[in-house]
Write a new protein. Structure first.
Length: 273
């Protein structure tokens, strides 16, 4: 049978599932009632929330989440858990200015997201049986490599004269997919981790069968595809965000989360596993 869903994908037990559905419903109702302003700064402020979701899932896989709440942090439950919390936080600051990242609602959202991310990272440190400087350094190198790849891609888009309207959210989308691509390649080629997503695994297998320098490893094509996806999304959303920012920014933010969440998950998992 053709596998479509990622390995490890499983719904939590019914009581947890009902609670999650209720939490997402409450968050959605609160956002509908409060109607916070949708701006570039507000959506970009959710970057640490996206990373925290991936980090918390890595802790779940490493067995570092307390048993009573562990079902809330598996896949895909963790995304609903963090999403509901982020939605409630946004609704709570809906009356604050939303046009600048450094003031008002975006600042509160970013700081609260960083707080959640720090909790996850501290949990990762506690989960380490013994300090492993090499593993932590490798994860830091992955982030640095993804940053360079994203910067080069963003610069290329700038030279083509496109993507400017997407702003920080577009850059976040490019970086998120770069982080997912680079971290997956390192995990697959150097650390012996398998790829959970069937489509990603297929891309890696195709790349492994193509003629390429051995130094690039088997997952080189996946990195290229992820960078192209990030760039293509920014190009596709450029006009949409310019004409309808209240719709374009949240959708582009979701695309960013699809890359940044798994990328952060890989970085944390490689440090603790």
């Amino acid at each position: 049978m053709l596998q479509v869903l990622p390995s490890g994908f499983a719904l939590p037990p019914l009581p947890y599932l009902v609670g999650l559905v209720a939490a997402v419903g409450v968050a959605g109702a609160a956002l509908r009632r409060r109607r916070p302003s949708v701006t570039e700064a507000a959506v970009a402020a959710f970057a640490p929330w996206m990373a925290a979701g991936g980090a918390l899932y890595a802790l779940f896989q490493a067995g570092a989440v307390p048993d009573p709440v562990a079902p809330l942090f598996g896949s895909p439950a963790v995304y609903a858990t963090v999403g509901a919390a982020a939605g409630l936080a946004w609704a709570a600051v809906a009356d604050r200015p939303a046009d600048r990242l450094t003031t008002g609602a975006p600042a509160v959202l970013a700081v609260s997201g960083v707080g959640l991310l720090l909790v996850a990272l501290i949990g990762a440190v506690v989960a380490l049986p013994t300090p492993d400087a090499a593993a932590v350094g490798r994860s830091a190198a992955i982030v640095a490599g993804a940053t360079l790849a994203a910067a080069a891609t963003w610069a290329g888009l700038g030279r083509l004269g496109t993507g400017k309207a997407t702003g920080a959210v577009g850059l976040l989308a490019v970086f998120g997919h770069a982080l997912d691509g680079v971290s997956t390649a390192v995990g697959y080629d150097l650390l012996g981790f398998g790829e959970q997503t069937p489509l990603s695994r297929l891309i890696i297998e195709v790349g492994a069968g193509l003629p390429a320098p051995a130094v690039l490893g088997d997952a080189w094509l996946f990195v290229v595809v992820k960078l192209l996806v990030g760039a293509a999304v920014v190009v596709a959303f450029d006009g949409y965000v310019r004409e309808t920012p209240t719709e374009g920014y949240p959708l582009l933010g979701l695309v960013a989360a699809v890359g940044l969440g798994p990328g952060a998950h890989n970085v944390v998992l490689f440090a603790v596993a």
